[in-house]
Design a protein around this ligand. Structure first.
Ligand SMILES: [Zn+2]
Length: 556
């Protein structure tokens, strides 16, 4: 373990969340202790190769176990807690700290991996201060698209570090109160050594409308509801769920839930003391049948076009319990996460084809963001007035634009560090500097095996999927210990009718073989290598494909 020359120094190392939207995770290390703040996944575009998510490479920090005091979670979104099972599975069996609602979500997640008894979960109330040996963490409740989200004020030997995590400023949130600006101002007066702040929504120049501003538009939908209505939303958005239930009750509608996401989040919100008064209009999906079609409302999963989600199956007319008719309505009270537009569009098109009315555009206003826009970020900077600033949570352009904002607010260039995953920020009471610590901080997770897989394996899967497999079998005379010159070739997943190619390849392989046995030091590995190169060159020249090639020796 490294020696700690300056006992007041702290190190903050980013394992994810920079240059990407997702996988939020960084570590904070003091001389005596090691912490992780958030532990999220990044949804992957490698799904066709069985890689649904990426998560931080926890192997990089296993040597910190002797001083690892815990993982502290700011809120329950997947990009903040989704990687916990992989962390625990990898051996990081350390205490977790979370709010009551977040703790429920974490337990459910760990249960899915059979890991619920592997770690202790300590529950804090938003507003509490967590005290550790070398630091304390004051949690400040903030506004976000999930309940019980917190910013952290970390009092460390190097000074105060404020981490906003995901936040927005909502003057009239559906649940909870307006973000407590006084708390941030107070910390600002104390003197903030370093601010880490959410950057995702920096491109938006306008203040976010309040969650309560959705109410008239949503109410209009209930007022003129002529047939069954399906709402799809981010299941974790309990504030939105609460609004929909309030309106349903007011207008005499019955609401059913359909889909694991909505059911789970609502169940845990209720167990955490929210949504207490929804029973008057909540019915099971079977009971819904007994009400007039125009009084039926269903909250369904699938706002992102997910392949097996309820809404996708409804659109395919494959859902066993929900059958839409022409004139029914589907409302997207959500926005597409970048990258999901094609899948969402596919579902919407199918619904339109069936005569369903689909509301999915920005007007009327049916969704507001949970992330601070430029004017809200400015307010945060004005409250906190940090000595040093690092933008976090965002793609590269978001981080650079956020840097610009800080400079516009009066910070000098040398007071702002835009860093990348793997970088470590050293902070002392008098200095801040950045060092590149790790090159690659990402693990790709195989969705079926639920374990990390290497980039090489994924590359191989991609090649197999795109260009198929050529297998070359070399028979060997086991008595004489010599390879026979006749080879067997199989081609899978590349050509409709591979016979002709197989004959051509046999001749080529023979040629490579003959060349090889003329050499003095014949080795099967070298033969395989040259055969692989030759076959791939053949297909590249012919059909611009480079198949995976495997060579096998069989004793006969
Ligand atoms: Zn979030």
């Amino acid at each position: 373990m490294q020696s700690w020359e300056d006992k007041s120094e702290i190190e903050i190392t980013f394992l994810g969340g920079l240059g990407e939207v997702g996988m939020n995770c960084f570590t904070l290390e003091t001389e005596k202790e090691f912490f992780m703040i958030d532990c999220g996944v990044l949804f992957s575009d490698l799904e066709p190769f069985s890689v649904d998510v990426a998560c931080p490479n926890f192997g990089l920090i296993h040597d910190k176990m002797p001083k690892f005091s815990g993982i502290i979670l700011t809120h329950g979104h997947e990009d903040h807690i989704g990687a916990l099972p992989y962390a625990v599975q990898s051996g990081l069996e350390v205490p977790l700290y979370a709010s009551p609602f977040t703790a429920h979500l974490i337990r459910e997640k760990l249960r899915g991996f059979g890991l619920e008894n592997s770690v202790e979960i300590h529950v804090f109330r938003p507003g509490d201060t967590l005290k550790f040996e070398s630091i304390s963490i004051q949690t400040i409740p903030i506004n976000h698209s999930i309940i019980e989200a917190c910013s952290f004020v970390m009092r460390t030997p190097a000074g105060v570090v404020v981490h906003t995590s995901d936040f927005r400023i909502d003057d009239h949130p559906e649940i909870g109160s307006r973000l407590d600006s006084k708390a941030f101002e107070k910390v600002g007066n104390e003197g903030v050594r370093l601010l880490l702040a959410d950057s995702t929504n920096i491109e938006n120049p306008d203040r976010n409308p309040s969650e309560s501003e959705l109410l008239p538009q949503l109410e209009a939908l209930f007022l003129n509801q002529k047939s069954m209505t399906l709402f799809t939303l981010f299941s974790s958005n309990i504030g939105r769920v609460s609004q929909l239930f309030r309106l349903a009750e007011k207008h005499g509608k019955k609401v059913a839930l359909c889909g694991r996401g909505v059911e789970t989040y609502i169940k845990y919100a209720r167990e955490s003391g929210y949504l207490a008064s929804i029973d008057s209009c909540l019915v099971s999906i079977d009971q819904l049948e007994s009400y007039r079609r125009k009084d039926r409302v269903v909250l369904v999963t699938g706002s992102q076009g997910e392949y097996r989600s309820v809404l996708a199956r409804v659109a395919m007319r494959e859902h066993p319990l929900i059958h839409l008719e022409a004139g029914d309505r589907v409302v997207y009270s959500s926005k597409p996460i970048p990258g999901n537009e094609v899948e969402i569009g596919r579902v919407i098109n199918r619904l339109f084809q069936q005569g369903i009315e689909v509301l999915y555009r920005r007007t009327p206003l049916l969704h507001v963001s949970g992330h601070a826009t430029r004017p809200e970020l400015k307010e945060m900077h004005d409250w906190v007035r940090p000595q040093h600033f690092t933008p976090v949570h965002g793609e590269h352009r978001h981080l650079f634009l956020h840097r610009q904002l800080a400079v516009e607010r009066g910070m000098r260039d040398d007071q702002v560090s835009v860093v990348k995953n793997g970088d470590c920020i050293h902070v002392t009471p008098s200095d801040v500097w950045v060092e590149q610590r790790f090159e690659d901080t990402r693990w790709l997770i195989d969705s079926t095996m639920r374990i990390p897989v290497s980039r090489d394996l994924v590359k191989k899967r991609r090649r197999l999927g795109e260009s198929g497999l050529v297998t070359v079998v070399f028979p060997m005379d086991s008595k004489r210990g010599k390879l026979l010159s006749s080879v067997e070739i199989r081609i899978a997943g590349l050509l409709e009718d591979p016979e002709e190619a197989i004959e051509a390849l046999k001749t080529r392989v023979q040629r490579v073989y003959q060349r090889q046995i003329k050499g003095n030091s014949f080795q099967f590995d070298a033969l395989s290598h040259n055969v692989r190169l030759d076959i791939r060159r053949y297909f590249k020249d012919w059909i611009n494909r480079k198949p995976e090639v495997q060579c096998i020796m069989v004793e006969i």
